[in-house]
Design a protein around this ligand. Structure first.
Ligand code: PMP
Length: 428
């Protein structure tokens, strides 16, 4: 069946509220390549939105899942627990940059992990307020939608917003916000809206994902840690998008001296299978009474088997180092594109490891974002065989989330398509 036929059926059967970045229908996928229902091949720079750091259908992940399928697929951890869940928790506790003893609880989606991090922080502190950042993204469920720092398209018509969620401006020179602005806004917030003794948690993405691949500076992370220490507030690092080697460390929080009290993980942990979790300081994680946390599918044994294989693959294939090598190559090529007059104007590349992005701009050397041109660029890239994602406050940012297992040849091929699209978009 053609992509167009499937797309027509999709619009008849599925609401438009779930948007599609492309109109191609997946038929099969392998590592950093995928093929649509019409047999056309694409290089995949989206990785299912940061889920495929080990690529589509990594053979070790598939073998682990197949073995698990032969044994049991679901018992509900709350009813009949199983070893893969416990083993994964043990390994995450040992690997995550958490001070002291850690414990881990598993869920299914990123939003669910964030919801539960808030529950743990509230139970551990006896407080209710949560502070997040403008342009942050934490999910689409009621609480995580509240935490997400962007009204359109995430919050419109979905009110009332959950109570006691506050937002701070995120320091970002591109949008004219300095670190000082952020820290002053925090003091204003404490003075005007909520005393620090009522704040359970501050939640931050070490690198804003949907918000445009904006890294938190070492200064901001240290300042947040100090404020949290001073007032007994939990620092929650949302590593749903940054985790599992993407930034050139297993966890992006390893880039900072400051440590989080709780870390949320999902996406690439499951290697393509739905799995998320909260890793945190053991005494906080145990603040919730039995039965207060969980869910029927949380920590599915099939997904746990996949995640254990993902951790093996990251270690065996040196994907942390590979992320840095891929990142260096992407930076070099994007820097070259940014200097060229025959391509549309773009910014310098940014982002740690292989979490690389650049902005499409209205004018060369300027700062004004051009969201429509970025959208046109992704459309042109797709036409030429590259699945490419945009993000950012105005949709102006092009982000690259190529699997870390991709060969140099496939990455170069993708960058060649991007280069051609950067030229073609100007002509459009
Ligand atoms: N937090 C972050 C940082 C994310 O990037 C996302 C997803 N883009 C989420 C939470 C929500 O994850 P999910 O879509 O699995 O609920």
């Amino acid at each position: 069946m053609s992509n167009a036929e499937l797309h027509a059926r999709r619009f008849a059967a599925v609401p438009r509220g779930v948007a599609n970045a492309t109109g191609i229908y997946a038929a099969r996928a392998e590592n950093a390549e995928l093929w649509d229902e019409e047999g056309r091949r694409y290089v995949d720079f989206a990785g299912g939105i940061a889920v495929l750091n080990v690529g589509h259908r990594h053979p070790k992940v598939i073998a682990a899942v197949q073995q698990q399928l032969e044994r049991y697929t679901h018992t509900a951890f709350q009813i009949v627990p199983y070893a893969p869940y416990v083993e994964l928790a043990e390994r995450l506790n040992a690997l995550a940059p958490i001070e002291g003893k850690a414990k881990t609880i598993l869920f299914t989606t990123g939003a669910e992990a964030v919801e539960n991090a808030v529950k743990v922080a509230r139970a551990a502190t006896g407080r209710s307020a949560v502070i997040a950042f403008v342009n942050g993204f934490h999910g689409r469920t009621m609480m995580t939608m509240g935490l997400t720092g962007k009204v359109l398209p995430y919050k419109r018509n979905f009110g009332p917003a959950p109570a006691e969620v506050y937002h701070l401006p995120f320091p970002n020179p591109r949008y004219g916000v300095s670190l000082d602005d952020t820290l002053r806004a925090l003091q204003f917030l404490f003075a005007a809206d909520v005393g620090p003794d009522r704040v359970a948690a501050i939640i931050v993405e070490p690198v804003q994902g949907e918000g445009g691949f904006n890294p938190v500076s070492a200064e901001l992370m240290t300042a947040l840690r100090e404020v949290c220490d001073e007032h007994g507030i939990m620092l929650v690092a949302d590593e749903v998008q940054t985790g599992f080697a993407r930034t050139g460390k297993l966890f992006a929080m390893e880039h900072y001296a400051a440590k989080a009290d709780l870390i949320t993980v999902a996406k690439s942990m499951g290697g393509g299978f739905p799995l998320s979790g909260v890793i945190g300081r053991a005494e906080l994680m145990d603040a919730v009474d039995p039965g207060g946390l969980g869910g029927t599918y949380g920590g599915s044994p099939v997904a746990c088997a996949a995640a254990l294989a993902v951790l093996d693959v990251i270690a065996e294939e040196g994907l942390v180092q590979r992320a840095n090598a891929i990142g260096a190559a992407l930076h070099a090529r994007i820097e070259g594109f940014a200097r060229r007059n025959d391509l549309i104007p773009i910014s310098a590349p940014r982002g740690p490891g292989a979490m690389v992005a650049f902005d499409v701009l209205r004018s060369r050397g300027g700062h004004e974002p051009d969201g429509p041109a970025a959208k046109a660029l992704t459309v042109r890239a797709l036409e030429n065989g590259l699945v490419l994602l945009s993000c950012g406050q105005f949709g102006e940012t092009i982000r690259i989330l190529v699997p870390l297992t991709a060969s140099d040849a496939v990455i170069e091929e993708g960058m060649d398509i991007l280069e051609a699209a950067l030229g073609a978009a100007e002509l459009a």
